[in-house]
Write a protein that binds this ligand. Structure first.
Ligand SMILES: [Zn+2]
Ligand SMILES: [Zn+2]
Length: 164
């Protein structure tokens, strides 16, 4: 796995080049106890220089293991950025351009705020804490949305402890 993605602009083929590989996901530096990346950022980028512009287009993918924000179960999901585009200014003196931060930003923007194990995850019962994906509980139904957001609860607790 690569520590950074650096384009050798000075030696770039005038017809453009493909840069592909796996970037170490440590660069994402998420610091989130509910979401952790694994297996690296897979990237495939078409890079070309047009005048004073370095045009980069391609796709990115990153796997994550996470805790479902509704039911609290562990699950994996993949952030896919099929249409990554970036344009950077270069000149005759530019030798290298480091794309790592651009790739990092794009992946991070693709992470859902409240990841769920599946769109129709039923969450857990706020009264008996049963995982409702495994079947209904015997609590008396109340009106309104009963879904309890596990991450919301845990994040609020953290906030109260003064941890950001
Ligand atoms: Zn779930
Ligand atoms: Zn219940």
């Amino acid at each position: 796995m690569e520590a950074r993605v650096v384009i050798d602009v000075a030696r770039l083929d005038p017809d453009g080049e493909t840069y592909a590989g796996t970037l170490d996901d440590a660069v994402l530096d998420l610091n989130d106890r509910f979401i952790s990346p694994f297996a690296g950022v897979r990237y495939a980028l078409d890079v070309r220089k047009i005048g004073r512009e370095l045009l980069v287009r391609g796709s990115l993918e990153q796997d994550f293991s996470a805790v479902c924000s509704r039911c609290g179960e562990d699950f994996d999901f993949t952030v896919k950025i099929p249409d990554f585009v970036s344009s950077l200014e270069v000149d005759e003196k530019t030798e290298f351009v480091d794309l790592t931060d651009e790739l990092r930003e794009s992946i991070i923007l693709g992470i859902p705020t409240y990841p769920v194990c599946r769109v129709d995850c039923r969450g857990i019962c706020p009264h008996c804490r049963k995982n409702l994906n495994e079947g209904p509980c015997t609590c008396v139904a109340e009106s309104g949305d009963e879904r309890w957001n596990v991450l919301d609860g845990l994040r609020k607790e953290e906030g109260n402890n003064g941890v950001s």
